[in-house]
Design a protein around this ligand. Sequence first.
Ligand SMILES: Nc1nc2c(c(=O)[nH]1)N[C@H]1C(S)=C(S)[C@@H](COP(=O)(O)O)O[C@H]1N2
Ligand SMILES: [Mo]
Length: 219
Amino acid sequence: MANGFSGKIKQKLIEAKQKWAENGRLLTGVTDPDKENRLPPGQRQVKDWPVLDLGITPQITPDEFRLTIDGEVENPVMLDMDGVLRLPAMYDKSDIHCVTSWSRYDNHWQGVSAHALTGLVRPTAAAKHVLFTAHDGYTTNVRIDQFLDDDVLLAHHWEDQPITAEHGGPVRVVIPKLYFWKSAKWIRKISFSETDHPGFWEVRGYHNNAEPWAEERYG
Ligand SMILES: Nc1nc2c(c(=O)[nH]1)N[C@H]1C(S)=C(S)[C@@H](COP(=O)(O)O)O[C@H]1N2
Ligand SMILES: [Mo]
């Protein structure tokens, strides 16, 4: 493969995060179903933008970028960067909530909406789940209704700049209303399916739904 990688898998960090799930770290026992507070329970606001990964930073140039969308769809596609940029652009401002407790307000994203993507590939009636696969081997899963929220996009710009490699460029997923581990960086495949396929953290004790105001951190 022509793509470059830097770093190596941080096995200790993965084991530590698995322990947090076993111990229920950060759980307050308080939920906020009506989202009365902008900050979900157990979160704190940060002004910087932390980088979280498994230790590997794939270096994918826009030229090398390919995105496969397959599974329960009428029109499977493989898009290159031009193919992504030709789809209607969407802009959104949203907050990030990472399960390790930091939240970052007012991120300005530009990219392609989940709606534009499904308009292109047309999921079949059987499609109920979505699995994202990334260049570092990471996977994460959501239900199709979570994917089709109005603020979900495949982002290629943040604050009017191309998304950097450390933050998942050239293209990453952004699903603002779920904990940020659901937002795959360095996306290379999106698969629609009838059955659910739990992802990297979901099989290591993290919640399948990941809704911050319900404190769905672990489970
Ligand atoms: N491909 C990939 N995507 C990923 C991850 C990862 O390790 N690999 N980490 C997830 C986690 S746990 C978080 S909190 C966010 C971090 O995104 P950031 O580094 O841009 O803040 O990416 C998510 N998406
Ligand atoms: Mo995270």
